[in-house]
Design a protein around this ligand. Structure first.
Ligand code: PMP
Length: 372
């Protein structure tokens, strides 16, 4: 039963799965927490200072909808230098999430199909449902690779968009250059919007990041500062793509988010100058710690990006296994939250080494079955 005032479209949002996990988690006293989807390092000091200074010097009004020039111009210059596309324009969104919402609102008509790789970031499916689109899942189990030919077979006359996320949340897997190029060329050839969520772009451990925008100048790229500079609460993202599409999103932003938080935009302009190499080094090591710790007791596709690992549950469903892990004080997320399959679980290794080690201990104890 729902309240009579609540609109039909909200039924697209079913958060019961994750709510069950959080209800269980709420009863935990001092959990070994490997569930958090944000970096565990602090916002770099110069970025903090830039925000304080922006506030104290009165950068507290609305900014231009497309973004404060201090940030937007800097982003545009960086993007022009990287891609050199004549028609590529950027605007500053309210987080990467804001960019995703505006992309879907701007491009998807009711009945349009959106291809999403399974497993997927939790927001994608409800967002498509919200605008009356249809999510078509492309199964990437067991290796989480992208096969452009499989994608080609899933195209119909209603396919409007392909949503790509590499490095991926929840798998931590990064698509290789061949996969990205194949997908980018397919989208170009079939005139389908390719939206690339690149929020983990800076978190690549083994091979350099590859954007499909290199191979397809119509790619719509969504990015932001939440993960790169641990600014999840500051809500600064950006979108770049064909000028007319970006202008349409900016128009919708005018009547919805209005602008990204103005002082945080000044801070983001500073963040563009602040490298995070030492954190990446630490995360690469944490990734190795997880892979070595789980060894051959778990089926795990070695993650090479983001800060997640997505092993297969050694017994039971993902949910059953995670319930037992929570009973043993380890907080992880069941894979069914991110997928049509409830067979895996997500570990976030954005945590202290000590917490990771304690998590590995519990996982090793649980590998052969529930504890008595
Ligand atoms: N895309 C992916 C793949 C994510 O993992 C997240 C955050 N968990 C987002 C988008 C949203 O990030 P933001 O804080 O910039 O809205």
């Amino acid at each position: 039963m729902s309240h009579p005032w609540i609109a039909e479209r909200t039924r697209a949002f079913d958060s019961s799965g994750i709510r069950k996990v959080f209800d269980l988690a709420a009863q935990m006293e001092n959990p070994i927490n490997l569930s958090i989807g944000q970096p565990d390092f602090a916002v770099p000091e110069p970025v903090q200072q830039a925000c304080i200074q922006a506030i104290q010097s009165g950068k507290n009004s609305y900014s231009l909808t497309q973004g404060a020039p201090v940030l937007r111009d800097k982003l545009q210059a960086q993007i022009d230098e990287e891609y050199g596309h004549a028609d590529r324009r950027v605007f500053v969104s309210s987080g990467t999430s804001g960019g995703l919402v505006l992309s879907v609102l701007s491009l998807i008509n009711p009945g349009d199909e959106v291809l999403v790789f399974d497993p997927f970031f939790v927001m994608y499916k409800p967002l498509v449902d919200l605008v009356g689109g249809r999510t078509v899942l492309i199964d990437t189990y067991p290796d989480f690779r992208i096969d452009p030919q499989q994608v080609a077979r899933s195209l119909t006359p209603r396919t409007k968009m392909i949503l790509l996320n590499s490095p991926s949340n929840p798998t931590g897997v990064t698509a290789g250059e061949d996969e990205i190029r194949g997908l980018a060329e397919l989208a170009a050839e079939r005139e389908i919007a390719l939206v690339s969520d690149e929020i983990y772009r800076q978190f690549c451990y083994d091979t350099p990041f590859v954007s499909p925008a290199r191979f397809n100048d119509q790619t719509i790229v969504i990015d932001g500062f939440s993960k790169s500079h641990a600014m999840t609460g500051w809500r600064v993202g950006y979108v770049h793509g064909p000028a007319e599409i970006v202008d349409t999103m900016t128009k919708l932003q005018q009547y919805s988010f209005v602008c990204a938080p103005h002082p945080a935009q000044w801070a983001a302009a500073t963040a563009m100058e602040v490298g995070i190499d030492q954190h990446l080094e630490a995360y690469r090591r944490k990734r190795d710690l997880i892979c070595e710790g789980l060894g051959d007791r778990y089926q795990l596709v070695r993650p090479n990006g983001a800060f997640y690992a997505f092993p297969r549950a050694p017994w039971g469903t993902g949910t059953e296994f995670v319930t037992e892990a929570i009973r043993n004080n380890l907080l992880i997320i069941p894979g069914g939250i991110f997928s049509q399959h409830d067979t895996h679980f997500r570990i976030s290794y954005a945590a202290d080494d000590d917490v990771i080690r304690r998590g590995i201990d519990v996982l090793c104890k649980l590998a052969d079955g529930p504890l008595k």
